[in-house]
Design a binder for this molecule. Structure first.
Ligand SMILES: [Zn+2]
Length: 186
């Protein structure tokens, strides 16, 4: 039985998930989304297709870590840590390809274009490893978006739409940086 996901939460997850997939910011089965619900959160199930979300793909994770519905995303602890450390109401994880490409050789990504400077300022790049969860969550308390080196981006917002805005702004800035030839270490 699918959970009784609030219609507004389901609709936002479906629309933002579809946009992420259609904008090629995730593969067919990549990425994840969550929305805070008091001390709980709604989060996409592990291995679900963000472009084709239904209520049966959404899990409810409680503050203690137990869940209802399908097995929640493998990123659940990260999302929970972001909510614990910040006032975020929603978190998006995606795989924006130009941003990932730039993340391999940079400690921070500084957008050069107007929109990126306006919305993102500096985007920290976190090293993969045993401390990545706390480092990503800690960085997201101060920054709207962060990059996990060679993997992807996390963004937080008051809504999933806002987090989508930061993911798309990041990828646009990274794509522009790539076109300008800024591929190397900085
Ligand atoms: Zn990922």
């Amino acid at each position: 039985m699918p959970l009784n996901v609030p219609p507004g939460v389901l609709k936002e997850m479906q629309e933002v998930g579809r946009d992420l997939y259609r904008l090629a910011l995730v593969t067919s089965h990549g990425g994840n989304l969550s929305v805070r619900a008091g001390h709980d959160m709604w989060i996409t199930g592990t291995g679900t297709m963000l472009g084709h979300l239904e209520a049966r793909h959404i899990s409810l994770v409680h503050a203690g870590g137990s869940h209802e519905g399908p097995p929640p995303s493998s990123d659940t602890v990260l999302h929970a840590t972001v909510y614990a450390l910040s006032g975020a109401q929603a978190v998006v994880h995606a795989h924006p390809r130009h941003a990932i490409a730039l993340s391999f050789d940079a400690g921070v990504f500084v957008p050069g274009d107007f929109e990126g400077q306006l919305h993102l300022d500096e985007v920290p790049v976190i090293e993969q490893g045993p401390r990545q969860v706390e480092q990503v969550a800690h960085s997201l308390a101060a920054s709207r978006a962060v990059l996990l080196r060679g993997h992807g981006a996390y963004a937080r917002g008051a809504t999933l739409w806002e987090a989508l805005h930061w993911i798309t702004a990041l990828e646009e800035s990274a794509h522009i940086a790539w076109l300008r030839g800024h591929h190397g270490p900085r």
